[in-house]
Design a protein around this ligand. Sequence first.
Ligand code: ATP
Ligand code: SKM
Ligand code: MG
Length: 182
Amino acid sequence: MFNREVPLKEKSIVFIGFMGVGKTTIGKLVAKKLYRDFVDIDEEIEKEYQMPVSQIFSSIGEKAFREREKSMIIDYCQQKLQIISVGGGAFLQEEIRNVCLSSCIVFFLDLSWESWKERISLIIDSRPVLQDRSLEEIEELFYKRQEIYSVHHSKVSTDNQEMEEVADYIVDSLKLAWELYD
Ligand SMILES: Nc1ncnc2c1ncn2[C@@H]1O[C@H](COP(=O)(O)OP(=O)(O)OP(=O)(O)O)[C@@H](O)[C@H]1O
Ligand SMILES: O=C(O)C1=C[C@@H](O)[C@@H](O)[C@H](O)C1
Ligand SMILES: [Mg+2]
């Protein structure tokens, strides 16, 4: 599954996980610590359409958003040295899973439901997938989505961890892997 034609050190890094686990915030920190470019796919699509994701969903629809999400991720995964945070639903698409897993290093940011629940107020208004769902329905979605995140190269548990701590752990584990395998 791992394409070894590109040295590990040059491979782009992809962050996956449920909405609100910290892909954007931690991805930015890791990029800063490694002096690399950072790209957040949701933010790039928002820039392109000049509107927030929730408005993209209501105006052009989720299907069109998913198509753009796929083409953009494929483009970025073909580049080296990128730090890429994808949207929480990106791994629903098999083609995205395949391209990320074959050409990049995929980190799954894991957070328990109990911890996630405490963060809901920070994200509920800006995530269209969470709108009009009861807490029970969101919990069901949370557990259902764990299956798509189960394919990854490395899992990082973020429960009770400060963002800086998580980012430092990721950078240390990457440096170790580069030393061991390149
Ligand atoms: N380790 C952490 N501890 C406390 N708060 C955190 C942590 N990581 C992220 N947060 C906070 O949780 C919120 C959601 O984080 P973020 O936007 O990075 O999630 P995301 O995974 O990118 O979500 P989405 O998939 O919806 O884009 C932010 O307000 C962020 O500051
Ligand atoms: O989990 C999801 O389906 C989504 C997560 C966000 O990052 C955005 O990509 C969008 O709100 C959809
Ligand atoms: Mg994000």
